[in-house]
Design a protein around this ligand. Structure first.
Ligand SMILES: Cc1cc2nc3c(=O)[nH]c(=O)nc-3n(C[C@H](O)[C@H](O)[C@H](O)COP(=O)(O)OP(=O)(O)OC[C@H]3O[C@@H](n4cnc5c(N)ncnc54)[C@H](O)[C@@H]3O)c2cc1C
Ligand code: SF4
Length: 510
């Protein structure tokens, strides 16, 4: 095998023969959840490997080109969508998972959500006090700090101005960065190694403690006898077969990947829970043009300010919209900019004057992950009328914020586009814009599908992360969450993976 670029990270493209390994535990996926499970198992002295479907990328690989990086770093080349093609679902694929190209926003799980999980979903041990040590440890590991006022770029400053002018609730976000050069390319991978993501801040500790990562290897099936797991069957990118025999299997392939793998493995599912109750935080982008000044929104830290005026976490609340910025590089911006031909080109010529916001719904819609052709995941997700009403409220609020900040024109990329120049025209953003396919939507936070809880009728794994019916099978990623969060999920995922890791370690040692 070729000498790896990073000791301990071996590529399935270089396997010269089929691979069979005997270990204590195997972790599937190396993103927020998988990295922590791998690290904790290795630190505890277990013989552990991780399998990762994507490749390993180092800072020198990130060339800041959308045409190279989007297909390289994202699942299905960035083209993953819901079954009805209404919502693009972006997810990472590579060592470090979605943390490699995320935008570094860090928030703990809201207290109201933790309370709901305890009371309604029978999750044990998830009170604020019980979770505090895990949140604190993760924030230390990732060096989470609040963004300084001086680091708010022009795009985010427009949101801040809008919030202050309207007297709405908002503030600076916290991020996990050290050595950030403020290049603005977070979503294409960081060439400056400024992100304290799983690849930089968690996996090296796991490797030093003896873990190995096989990247470019896709897990195909959990091996089991219906009572307990015995390992994983996988395939390397060069076609070699990989078999890992293990007492413990940890699914951390994301809310989509873990559900798909569980479904493909014929795991006992008497109450039809596998793959159900998918949440994604659907989001719409709204463009504001400031024709009297250059914004150059691609410069500086991409997402540093938020508006929480229309967000609370009570179940069934009529305030379930989180608004932040959503600046995109030219290809991404072109796909969201309304119009065709000369009209589209005219809009793109105003790129320097563009401020982009996103309205994200803290969704109650429950989608489903199932198995499609050639083992691809199918994401069935049709927004409920309640969530559509929230989306409309969010899009209007974002337009109002942009006008308050001084935008000369606001464009909602609906079909047809809605153009608004004054507050009196906000009514042009009508219900039709949020009908299915009424406007392009994007989601970057899949959650749910293998939920935790003590009731096997409504959940898939126990509060310990272990499957209700299959011993040795654990889940340690965003699949665990019984509801959506209403904000960025990475800290919650890292922290819950850490929280349950003692149970994973105990099972691997048994
Ligand atoms: C563009 C973008 C921006 C984001 N910004 C933020 C942000 O600022 N703050 C925030 O909190 N969150 C953000 N997120 C979301 C956050 O990064 C994810 O919620 C989080 O990383 C999910 O963690 P996870 O462990 O569930 O899965 P992931 O981190 O997605 O990791 C799953 C890994 O499993 C691998 N995998 C899948 N199937 C298999 C298989 N069969 N075999 C082997 N490997 C497999 C995948 O390749 C992937 O690497 C963003 C996401 C995106 C896409
Ligand atoms: S803004 Fe900072 S963290 Fe983001 S890619 Fe640039 S240097 Fe890296």
């Amino acid at each position: 095998m070729k000498t790896p670029r990073t000791p301990g990270v071996l590529s399935g493209k270089d396997l010269e023969s089929d691979l069979v390994l005997d270990v204590d535990a195997v972790v599937i996926g190396t993103g927020a959840g998988g990295s922590i499970a791998l690290r904790e198992l290795a630190r505890a002295g277990c013989n552990v490997v991780a399998l990762e479907e994507g490749s390993d990328h180092l800072p020198e690989d990130f060339d800041q080109r959308e045409d190279h990086m989007l297909p390289e770093l994202f699942a299905e080349g960035g083209g993953r969508m819901t079954e009805d093609l209404a919502i693009t679902v972006l997810q990472g694929r590579g060592v470090g998972g979605s943390t490699v190209h995320n935008t570094n926003l860090c928030k703990r799980t809201p207290t109201e959500i933790l309370d709901r999980w305890a009371q309604k979903h029978a999750v044990l041990g998830c009170s604020v006090a019980e979770m505090e040590p895990s949140f604190a440890a993760i924030e230390r590991d990732l060096h989470v700090t609040r963004i300084d006022d001086d680091d708010i770029n022009a795009n985010n400053d427009a949101l801040r101005r809008g919030v202050k002018t309207l007297g709405w609730r908002g503030g600076n976000l916290s991020h996990n960065r050290d050595g950030c050069a403020r290049s603005g390319f977070c979503e294409l991978g960081c060439a400056y190694n400024g992100k304290n993501n799983a690849r930089k801040s968690v996996l090296p500790v796991a490797l030093s403690a003896g873990a190995r990562i096989y990247c470019d290897v896709r897990a195909l099936r959990v091996l089991h006898d219906g009572i307990r797991v015995s390992g994983i069957e996988a395939r390397a990118a060069n076609g070699r077969s990989v078999k890992i025999r293990a007492r413990v299997v940890v699914l951390a392939a994301s809310a989509v990947g873990s559900a798909l793998l569980a479904l493909q493995s014929g795991i006992h599912d008497p109450h039809y829970q596998l793959g159900q109750k998918l949440h994604i935080h659907p989001g719409a982008a709204i463009a504001g043009y400031f024709d009297d000044r250059n914004i150059d929104g691609w410069r500086g830290i991409p997402q540093s300010y938020e508006c929480t005026e229309h967000l609370d976490f009570a179940e069934g609340s009529d305030r379930r919209v989180w608004i932040t910025t959503a600046f995109a590089h030219p290809i991404g911006a072109a796909t969201m900019t309304p119009g065709f031909g000369a009209a589209h080109m005219g809009a793109m010529r105003r790129y320097r004057h563009l401020v982009a916001l996103t309205a994200v719904v803290h969704d109650e819609t429950e989608g489903v992950v199932s198995i499609g052709d050639a083992g691809r995941p199918v994401l069935r997700y049709e927004m409920t009328p309640g969530d559509r009403a929230q989306m409309l409220k969010g899009v209007r609020a974002a337009a109002e914020l942009l006008l308050a900040a001084g935008a000369t024109e606001v464009a909602v990329p609906g079909v047809p586009p809605r153009i608004v120049r004054t507050r009196a025209e906000l009514g042009r953003i009508d219900e039709d814009v949020v009908r299915p396919h009424g406007m392009p939507l994007t989601a970057v936070h899949p959650m749910g599908t293998l939920r935790m809880g003590e009731d096997p009728f409504t959940s898939v794994v126990k509060s310990t992360g272990e499957h209700h019916h299959l011993r040795g099978l654990f889940v340690a990623d965003g699949s665990l969450f019984p509801s959506s969060l209403g904000g960025p999920p990475q800290i919650s995922i890292y922290a819950f993976a850490l929280h349950i890791s003692r149970h994973i370690v105990a099972a691997a040692r048994a």
